[in-house]
Design a protein around this ligand. Structure first.
Ligand code: ES4
Ligand code: ZN
Length: 326
């Protein structure tokens, strides 16, 4: 079958995507049925009407609740195949995919079931969808540092399948420094490090992610603009920022897309990329985010291509493969 061309006809890398955030209402109901799980919504439409968020926490409440339908290795594989098919249609050629093991182990789903299902689908990604992939294991920052350490130890048998660790969930009140120890272990094990910072949290959290956790990239980071010294640091080191425009609007980080600081970030010399975060909840996948910022911010073709090139520069692909996209 032929796939329709995306509106932005150039290869792009998706660097900020929570696989659990790709759970579309249709698949959620199908998996609920298959697993005998009752959702607190009667229909897909009723569920969709719940997608009106006031902040990050109001989204996270629904995001974690819907995960109840993900129980078996097949569920995680089906979820991942559904994402890869959509990503292919949107011109994604490389995807670095977050997952939240604690959101599943806390419900009694073993980490091996989660990673087994994800990797079974990802193992077919290059051949079936023309997409190279990496996995990023995230710690929930509103859980304890001890829980993150236990999760890292539980994941040790699977570290050959994991490229990086990340940090997500409710940001305010949970600074990166809380996770210094587990990040040190991850780095010792040869993993890359990223962290959500400066989405709802202050610039100080971005500093901590850089200087305490030693991250290679910052996820979101839009609030860095409040601190000129921080911007200077991010520019000097060309630390990538994985910005998620539609997410920022839906979670009220930004009032409207026309006000998004993406152009200011580019002008400042920051290495920014455009990503979809939780596309099933926020109204769009990779190409949808590109076309939305193009239209709302009047970005020209060259700027869009710069953003797409940035996504490969900022990726964890090996140097030689990255060069083929630049
Ligand atoms: C997330 Cl938008 C966002 N921020 C923080 N944590 C998350 N987990 C899933 N989506
Ligand atoms: Zn995110």
């Amino acid at each position: 079958p032929t796939t329709p061309a995306p509106a932005t006809p150039f290869p792009k890398a998706e660097l900020h995507l929570h696989i659990e955030g790709t759970l579309e209402p249709g698949l959620a109901f199908a998996l609920a049925e298959r697993n005998g799980v009752t959702l607190p919504y009667a229909t897909e439409d009723e569920l969709r009407r719940a997608y009106s968020f006031s902040d990050l926490q109001s989204f996270l409440n629904l995001y974690y609740a819907l995960m109840a339908v993900l129980r078996t290795e097949d569920d995680f594989a089906d979820l991942t195949h559904a994402y890869l098919a959509r990503a292919q249609a949107q011109g994604v050629r490389h995807a670095e995919i977050f997952f939240d093991p604690q959101a599943h182990t806390s419900r009694g789903v073993p980490i091996g079931t989660v990673i087994g299902g994800l990797t079974r689908a990802l193992d077919t990604a290059e051949e079936r969808y023309g997409i190279t992939t990496r996995l990023i294991m995230c710690f929930l920052r509103d859980e304890s540092a001890e829980s993150a350490l236990a999760t890292f130890e539980a994941a040790r048998p699977y570290l050959d399948r994991i490229t990086a660790v990340g940090l997500d969930s409710a940001e305010v009140g949970h600074p990166p420094s809380k996770f210094k120890e587990v990040y040190a272990l991850a780095r010792e094990a040869g993993l890359k490090c990223v962290a959500h910072a400066g989405e709802e949290g202050p610039p100080a959290y971005v500093w901590e992610a850089l200087d305490v956790l030693g991250v290679d990239r910052i996820d979101h980071g839009v609030r860095c603009l409040e601190d000129p010294d921080l911007v200077a640091r991010l520019v000097a080191d060309q630390v990538p920022l994985t910005v998620c425009p539609l997410s920022n609007v839906r979670l009220r980080v930004i009032d409207e897309l026309a006000d998004h600081p993406l152009p200011a970030m580019l002008d400042a010399g920051l290495l920014v990329t455009v990503n979809s975060d939780d596309p099933a909840y926020f109204g769009g996948y990779a190409d949808d985010n590109f076309t939305a910022v193009r239209d709302a911010l009047d970005l020209d073709e060259e700027t869009l291509r710069t953003l797409a090139r940035n996504s490969f520069r900022a990726s964890f692909l090996d140097e030689a493969t990255r060069e083929t996209y630049l």
